[in-house]
Design a protein around this ligand. Structure first.
Ligand code: 3HC
Ligand code: NAI
Length: 703
């Protein structure tokens, strides 16, 4: 709800506005501000104006929810609001607390003076939404702090502390206390000077002093074109700045507006805005009331000091949390501890951590061999071998020693969490915390909710994820949860295309060109081809798979597990991770094709990409339909943060919507008619068909 309070403090009109939680400049607030400013202009008793956020923050910019809707173009727009301030004829002072971001900082820069609280953060983060500052930011900021500084701020999008601008024309004053009083004092002083004949200071009137304008802009343009290849906004920022510096403020504003409108309808911005909201939506659990507060946690224990256990431990140690590490024997424990110590030493060597800080973090590590030494912790995460019998034995020991109320988590990537929970007398305290490898690097954490997991445990797991800076996505229990269940279909499709005539390098190159960080064969070589082999064998035995890939199985029978064995789908040379095309694999593929009597054909890149991506989409739709994922945007987040899906495409489900769900289903039906196609595989999921019939997207929005 927008609110605005207009009060007089002697001859100064104080306009305190609020549009919680972050005072974004939606239509309601823009209208109210223009109205209040015009009132102050008309009132002869008013000599100056102070603009301040009523709720301890100034403004986080334009209302992103309005983008692409009719509300965005409902007058007054932000440029009109800013022009109203500039031409008010009375000094306007922005009093900045909390944040002044995007359109919020642009609003402040249109004011004649700016005063900030020392803890405030200022920035133009539009680039992170695939946009440029579209309300004068590309024109006013360079005039206030110089082109190079302004470009750095706009291209990084990072908010900076107000203190950094102390002494620059961007801020008249930075104060620790009494923000409003200082702003009123500045307003009075300015009004007096104005009445005595001084011109009101305006950013637009400042001269740009940059001798090497063209060279600087060309350098910036070249840099961003390499660093942000698929993203159009960074180059547009440079263009807008250069144009305004060459042709003057008014022409610069027009050019900025033209570029902003172009970016707004670009699919890259649509994807980045989708991710902004997806990121925040993922933290919301539909049946979790805000009254359920997370329990406190101070101490954790990790069982198993292998690849995952040590990576998981590093997360907690980095967050300053006491972490006990438990292993089966001293030797395994020592190996794990050494790996963790090496990690912290490496951070110091690379200059990422001071020796003191690293020591402080590592000091919280407590290696143990006995369950009795972990019984008092708040959370225990099991990361032992992926074997149901071993996991069950660990959980029954945990059940007997852990304190009442402790959370018992498993890092299993495939096993049934409900079955593991059933070995305890406290299934409500059992949850899956599925980290991704390397666990200290990957942002994604699938929080797997068992049938009996309590809401309290779920709330605590989400809070814990935030504390260790992970992107948490809630998943229900199923084989592979959200991410791996989908990747299994993607891998199956990659292997099917191999049999039909494509080579590993062709498939990898096509999907990498689409934007994936790594193609399926290079990825499998990195993770270990034996992992997929074991999964296929288990799924065949459980009847979840009707046919296996003979080529992939044969590859594993030859011991070609990937990088770790120096050979997989590709050949690897010692000390070199580069993938070299393998004659052995080419021969193996040819032999298997002959043996299975498949007539091969050539596949083009468009077919390869669509088959890979739409296999993810169809499984994603089933996952959504079954309630395993709460929303399609959660699935996108899983793929963006855990599987290297190209960020600028917004995730598989968003990408499918951007291609039109109708077109996606039509392609699936086309694939079902290909020679040697698995028709059932390409049957569009019920939910996909329902969305098409209803004319909306997976989460109910535009298709
Ligand atoms: N518009 C609409 N909603 C916004 C918003 C915005 N600019 N900024 C934040 N919100 C919403 C969030 O979606 C979230 O909503 P929810 O509670 O329903 O999920 C709520 O405000 C709180 O946001 P956070 O969860 O992110 O809260 P934090 O306290 O962690 O962070 C923040 C606050 C630093 C302001 C962060 O929200 C942020 O960085 N916001 C985006 C700022 C931004 O990109 N501004 C530029 C907008 S584009 C623009 O101004 C164009 C102009 O140049 C023309
Ligand atoms: P790993 O083989 O590297 O480590 C397992 C460790 O557990 C070994 O050090 C072993 O000594 C120890 N261990 C075995 N039984 C134990 C017991 N009863 N008590 C204490 N310690 C015991 O295995 P990794 O890769 O770390 O995997 C662990 C778990 O994480 C598995 O469930 C796996 O599915 C899961 N996972 C693995 C990922 C990966 O990429 N490696 C990714 C996500 C999850």
């Amino acid at each position: 709800m927008t609110s605005l309070d207009y009060s007089l403090q002697q001859e100064v009109a104080v306009i305190a506005f609020a549009s919680p939680p972050v005072n974004s400049l939606g239509h309601g607030l823009r209208s109210a501000l223009v109205e209040a400013l015009e009132r102050a202009k008309r009132d002869d008793k008013v000599a100056a104006v102070v603009l301040i956020g009523a709720n301890a923050t100034f403004c986080a910019g334009a209302d992103i929810k309005e983008f692409g809707t009719s509300a965005m173009s409902r007058g007054p727009g932000l440029p009109t609001l800013n022009a109203t301030i500039e031409s008010l004829g009375k000094p306007v002072v922005a009093a900045i607390e909390g944040v002044a971001l995007g359109g919020g900082l642009e609003l402040a820069m249109s004011c004649h003076h700016r005063v900030a609280q020392s803890g405030a953060r200022l920035g133009l983060p539009e680039v992170k939404l695939g946009l440029l500052p579209g309300a004068g930011g590309t024109q006013r900021l360079p005039r206030l702090i110089g082109i190079e500084n302004a470009l750095n701020i706009m291209l990084s999008g990072e908010p900076l502390p107000a203190k950094m601008f102390q002494g620059s024309p961007l801020l008249d004053a930075v104060v620790d206390h009494d923000l409003l009083d200082t702003a009123i004092a500045v307003a009075k002083q300015s009004a007096a000077a104005h009445q005595a004949g001084s011109r009101l200071p305006r950013a637009r009137d400042l001269k740009i002093r940059e001798l090497d304008l063209q060279a600087l802009c060309q350098f910036a343009r070249n840099t961003v074109k390499t660093a942000f290849k698929p993203y159009p906004a960074p180059a547009a920022i440079v263009d807008a700045v250069e144009y305004g510096a060459q042709h003057g403020f008014a022409a610069g504003l027009e050019e900025e507006n033209r570029l902003f409108r172009g970016l707004l309808v670009d699919p890259v911005s649509a994807s980045l805005r989708h991710i902004f909201f997806a990121d925040r939506a993922a933290a919301r659990i539909k049946d979790l009331s805000p009254d359920i507060k997370p329990s406190a946690f101070e101490k954790v224990a990790i069982i198993g000091a292998g690849t995952m256990g040590t990576g998981i431990a590093i997360n907690f140690l980095t967050a300053g949390i006491e972490t006990r590490l438990l292993e089966v024997n001293q030797e395994a424990l020592d190996r794990g501890v050494e790996r963790i110590q090496k990690y912290f030493e490496g951070r110091v060597k690379k200059g990422k951590l001071t020796a003191d800080k690293a020591q402080g973090m590592a000091k919280n590590l407590v290696p143990v061999l006995d369950y009795a030494q972990i019984s008092d912790v708040d959370l225990v995460i099991e990361a032992v071998f992926e074997d149901m019998a071993i996991k069950k034995s660990v959980f029954s020991q945990l059940d007997s020693v852990m304190r009442e109320g402790a959370i018992l988590a498993t890092n299993t990537s495939t096993l049934d969490i409900d079955e593991i929970a059933a070995t305890t007398k406290r299934a409500e305290d059992v949850i899956g915390l599925h980290f991704f490898s390397p666990a200290n690097v990957m942002k994604l954490l699938e929080v797997v909710r068992g049938k009996k997991t309590s809401l309290q445990v779920l709330a605590t797991a989400m809070a814990l994820a935030k504390k260790i800076r992970k992107t948490a996505v809630v998943s229900g229990v199923c084989d592979g949860f959200i991410g791996n269940r989908m990747i299994n279909q993607y891998s199956a499709q990659a292997l099917a295309m191999l049999e039909e005539g494509a080579s590993p390098q062709q498939i990898d190159a096509a999907i990498e060109k689409f934007g994936f960080a790594m193609g399926p064969f290079r990825m499998s070589d990195l993770a270990g081809n034996d992992i997929g082999w074991h999964i296929r064998k288990r799924q065949l035995a459980e009847g979840k798979l009707t046919r296996t890939s003979l080529i992939a199985d044969r590859l594993c029978e030859l011991g070609r597990f990937g990088q770790k064995t120096g050979a997989g789908w590709y050949d690897y040379r010692l000390g070199d991770r580069h993938a070299h095309v393998s004659e052995v694999v080419e021969k193996l593929i040819a032999e298997q094709r002959t043996a299975s009597g498949v007539s091969t054909r050539s596949l083009d890149d468009a077919e390869i990409v669509d088959r890979l991506v739409f296999s993810l989409v169809n499984e994603g739709a089933k996952i959504l339909q079954e309630g395993i994922a709460q929303r399609a945007s959660d699935i996108d987040l899983v793929y963006l943060t855990g599987y290297g899906f190209p960020i600028w495409r917004g995730g598989p489900m968003h990408y499918a919507e951007s291609r039109s769900l109708y077109e996606v289903a039509r392609r699936m039906r086309e694939f079902a008619t290909l020679p040697s196609a698995d028709e059932a595989f390409w049957q569009p999921a019920d939910l996909l068909q329902q969305c098409i019939a209803a004319g909306h997207g997976f989460d109910g929005g535009a298709a």
